[in-house]
Design a protein around this ligand. Structure first.
Ligand code: 13P
Length: 252
């Protein structure tokens, strides 16, 4: 049985003061919530104050990225051991915005995945096709190639520590969600890819989150899909009310 994971990706939003305020509201409103794992991923600078605010709650903390080296002359970078000590247990890797604006190639994503795993962080590996690929009807071929490159060389004993997020690029921040059926089918396909690369039990235990314009009013129909195990939420995670609603609808 896969426990749902409801994760907020705050992207480039929230100053320290705003982040602590939102974390405080979530801690209050989700006190005693069970049935799904909860996670927030604020900007780097907010991590430590948010960790302090969340202490004593069951809401986990994650970062939005990491560098693949632990330390060294890499100006501006933040490493896995640093995130771990800051209180993170998760880290997002390969988000399409990192790939588009910061040049994260599949090679880079692969290194970051390995770095996250070696720092005992749970990576949330984001994959997803562009509108162009979807319209050309080559989504499966694209995902097979992207995922294959991202997880290359990672053995079965380590791969069981990752979470995958399917985020079709055309659904991110656009208000255009994948239909439950389309998302469900693609999640199923991703699970099959893990069965091919590893084995049926790894595939069956893998948590696959959906991301892309998830809102309180579409959460229920999406989570009802067999292969959707939770959400990676952007815009709707920036307000306590909508994040809490999505979390609650995900376990009903
Ligand atoms: P939105 O929920 O704002 O579409 O963002 C999705 C996303 O990119 C989460 O990582």
């Amino acid at each position: 049985m896969r426990k749902p994971l409801i994760a907020g990706n705050w992207k480039l939003h929230k100053t320290i003061r705003e982040a602590v305020e939102l974390a405080g509201e979530l801690k209050r409103d989700l006190a005693g919530f069970t049935g799904a794992d909860l996670l927030v991923c604020p900007p780097f600078i907010d991590l430590v104050p948010v960790a302090e605010e969340l202490s004593g709650s069951s809401i986990a903390l994650g970062a939005q990225d990491l560098f693949w080296e632990d330390s060294g002359a890499f100006t501006g970078a933040v490493s896995g051991p640093m995130l771990k000590e800051a209180g993170c247990s998760y880290v997002i890797v390969g988000h399409s915005e990192r790939r588009a604006y910061f040049g994260d190639t599949d090679d880079v994503v692969n290194k970051k995945l390995n770095a996250a795993i070696s720092s005992a962080l749970t990576p949330i590996l984001c994959v997803g096709e562009s509108l162009e690929k979807r319209e050309q009807k080559v989504t499966k071929e694209f995902l097979r190639k992207q995922l294959g490159a991202d997880i290359r060389g990672i053995g079965a004993e380590l791969i069981s520590r990752i979470v995958v997020a399917y985020e079709p690029i055309w659904a991110i921040g656009t208000g255009r969600t994948a239909s439950p059926q389309m998302a469900g089918e693609t999640h199923h396909f991703i699970r099959e890819l893990f069965a091919e690369h590893y084995d049926a039990s790894i595939a069956a235990n893998l948590r696959i989150l959906y991301g892309g314009s998830v809102k309180p009013d579409n959460a229920r129909v999406l989570i009802a899909e067999e292969d959707i195990d939770g959400f990676l939420i952007g815009g709707a995670s920036l307000k306590a009310d909508s994040f809490v609603k999505i979390a609650r609808y995900s376990i009903m």
